[in-house]
Write a protein that binds this ligand. Structure first.
Ligand code: TYM
Length: 331
C-alpha cells in the first residue's frame, strides 16, 4: 500500500483553504492508503511563538484534525516534535541542499519580503525540513494545496540527490496529490491572493468561526459595482468569490450566479448571503465537534501518544537504514 504524508503548521486555527486544499483529501485518503498526518510545530518556530502560544496552537490543529474526521485508529496522527528522527534526517539532507536553490524558493522570497528583519536559517531550510517530514516515511503521495507544489518539487530533488550521492535507490519520489487531479488554491476574502492565516483580518474564514462571524466576514468580502457588459471577464476579486462558491456551494448555485453575472443582473449582496449560508452548512459538522474534542484532554493525550509511537516506529527504521547508508557504523 502506498504511503501518504502531510502536515499543517501549528500557527493558529485552520481555515477553508487548509480544509479544501488539504484536510478534505486527508479524510478520504485515510481509507485507501497508509497515512501519516502531523502537526508541523517545528516549522512554526521560524516565527518564534511563546511557549504558551506554541502549545495552544498545536492543540488547536490536533483538535481540528479530529473534528474534521481524521480517525486516529485508521491514520497515524502525530506531532512533528515528538519524532526527533525527523530533525536528524533534516540535518543529513541539509548537507546536500544548496544556498542558491533554497534562496530561489518562492515561499522564501515571500517571507523575506514580508519580514525582512527575521530572515533566519530555519526559514531558508524550511523546504528541507519538509522533505525530511515526507521521505522519513518513504511517502509517495502528499495531499497539499497549490502553494506547496514547489516544495514537493524540492523534496523530490533532495530525495533523488541522496539516492545519487550514495548510489542507492532508497527514497521514492513524493508527489503532490489531490483527488480532483488539480491542486486547489482557495482565495481570500480581501480580493487579493490566497486565503491564509497571515494575510490580515477578515481574509480567512476559520473552521471554528461561528455562523455570525462567517456572515460578517463574507458580507465584507471585497467586490465591485457589478459588470456593465454581458459576458465580460470577471475581475480578480469577483473571480475569487466564484472560486470559493465552486468548492463550497452546489453546481446549480454556481451556475445561477454565473448566469446573473453574464447577463449583468448580479447583486453581490445576494451572492454573498448565499455563499455565507453554504459555508455555514459545509463547516457545521466540524464546528459542532471542536469544543467537545478540545475539552477531552485525556483523549487528546491518548491520540498524541499513540500517534508518536506509530510514527517513530516508521521513522526510526528509516533513520537506522539511512545511518547505515551514510556510513555511520558501530565498531
Ligand atoms: P500550511 O500550514 O501553510 O498549510 C497547510 C495545508 O493547507 C494548504 N493551504 C491551502 N490550500 C488551498 N488554498 C489555500 N488558500 C491554502 N492555504 C493553505 C497548504 O497547501 C497545505 O497543504 N509547509 C506546510 C506544512 C508542512 C507539510 C510538510 C505539508 C510541513 N511539512 C510535509 C506536507 C508535507 C505548510 O506550511 O502548510
Amino acid at each position: 500500500m502506498e504511503t501518504v504524508v502531510s502536515g499543517i503548521r501549528s500557527t493558529g486555527n485552520l481555515h477553508l483553504g487548509n480544509y479544501y486544499g488539504a484536510i478534505q483529501n486527508f479524510v478520504k485518503m485515510q481509507h485507501e492508503y497508509n497515512c501519516y498526518f502531523f502537526i508541523a510545530d517545528l516549522h512554526s518556530l521560524t516565527t518564534h511563538p511563546t511557549p504558551a502560544d506554541l502549545h495552544g496552537n498545536v492543540k488547536q490543529v490536533l483538535v481540528e484534525y479530529l473534528a474534521a474526521g481524521i480517525d486516529p485508529e485508521t491514520a497515524t496522527i502525530y506531532i512533528q516534535s515528538d519524532v526527533p528522527e525527523v530533525a536528524e534526517l533534516y540535518l543529513y539532507l541539509n548537507m546536500n541542499a544548496y544556498l542558491g536553490e533554497l534562496e530561489r524558493a518562492t515561499s522564501f522570497k515571500d517571507k523575506v519580503r514580508a519580514s525582512p528583519d527575521n530572515v533566519n536559517a530555519g526559514l531558508l531550510t524550511y523546504p528541507v525540513l519538509m522533505a525530511a517530514d515526507i521521505i522519513i516515511h518513504k511517502a509517495t503521495k502528499v495531499p497539499v494545496g497549490k502553494d506547496q507544489e514547489q516544495h514537493l518539487e524540492m523534496a523530490r530533488t533532495f530525495a533523488n540527490r541522496f539516492n545519487r550521492l550514495y548510489n542507492k535507490e532508497y527514497f521514492p519520489e513524493p508527489f503532490a496529490f489531490n483527488f480532483s487531479d488539480n491542486l486547489v488554491k482557495i482565495p481570500g476574502l480581501d480580493g487579493k491572493g490566497k486565503m491564509g492565516k497571515s494575510e490580515g483580518e477578515g481574509n480567512a474564514v476559520y473552521l471554528s468561526d461561528s455562523p455570525e462571524v462567517i456572515r460578517k466576514k463574507v458580507m465584507r468580502a471585497v467586490s465591485d459595482s457589478g459588470p456593465t457588459t454581458e459576458y465580460s471577464e470577471k475581475p480578480v476579486e469577483i473571480q475569487n468569490l466564484f472560486d470559493i462558491i465552486k468548492v463550497v456551494s452546489s453546481a446549480d448555485t454556481y451556475e445561477h450566479f454565473d448566469n446573473l453575472y453574464n447577463t449583468c443582473q448580479i447583486r453581490y449582496g445576494d451572492l454573498k448571503k448565499q455563499l455565507a449560508e453554504d459555508i455555514i452548512i459545509a463547516t457545521a459538522p466540524i464546528r459542532e465537534k471542536i469544543n467537545d474534542i478540545a475539552n477531552d484532554t485525556l483523549y487528546l493525550r491518548q491520540v498524541a501518544r499513540h500517534g508518536a509511537i506509530k510514527a517513530r516506529e516508521s521513522a526510526s527504521k528509516t533513520i537506522r537504514e539511512v545511518r547505515e547508508i551514510i556510513g555511520f557504523k558501530s565498531f
